[in-house]
Ligand binder design. Sequence first.
Ligand code: SF4
Ligand code: SF4
Length: 278
Amino acid sequence: MSQEFDKLKQQILDEAERLGPDDSFSFSCHPGVSCFNQCCGDVNIVLTPYDVLRLKRRLKMSSTELLQRYTIKPFTADQKLPVALLKMDDARQGKPCLLVTDAGCSVYEDRPWPCRMYPVGSASARTESDPNGPEVFFLMQEQPCEGFKEQKTWTIRQWIENQGIEEYNRWGDEFKEITLHPRLRTMELSPHQMEMYFTACYDLDRFRGFVFGSSFLDKYDVEPEVVQAMQDDDEALLHFAFRWLRTCILGEQTVTLKQETAEQYRQRLAAQGMKIKE
Ligand code: SF4
Ligand code: SF4
């Protein structure tokens, strides 16, 4: 997503010991370890759209409120796409995550993907010359983490299953079809496209307002069962949001104009000497 991210990924692929799904490691994290909660502070946790969906449902608040209260939206010049990061409490010592309590993570069952994966990291070894390069795993030991001294052993596969990561990975794969799309490597998004991307991916309740509170459904041909599901099913709405981004950002025909709207556009463009893209 940014040159910095690409560099970090390459460094990991070059330097870290690579593990496969059946390689094992010793680890356990519980309130009895002396470092309990210490890793839930002063840390960059990049959220995926599915992380935000799970957190807003868990905290029973709208995505707009969740984003305002618990995330930041940093933006650097070399960043292609906006992202949401979990907010840390900068005013307190150790800059703890706003969701940590003395008893541990207050949203444990719905904690974001990076919090589930730790201490396992993963990176795709996909390159332009090897587009099917496998996903590789490695262990992250960035701080004095006592968990590695515990006796409990896991294979990478067992860890992924135990931490409920598979569902997050399925959503992550769908999201990556957009973020890693080759077209994004060569195009600059307009401010309007950036805004639409962020709203569709992260601010689902606002995106629902856009779909149902504008002329969107008058103009676009969306299957009645999809329209019905999107009204109160956040997962259905997020699937549709990804589909819509493929149309409005990547130029694919995943959501098409209704025939009469397309005809009106055709006539309007013809009057200006232009043609609608088929
Ligand atoms: S540093 Fe390691 S052992 Fe300590 S709380 Fe974090 S994950 Fe658990
Ligand atoms: S979401 Fe939970 S596990 Fe993740 S950093 Fe915050 S308190 Fe820790």
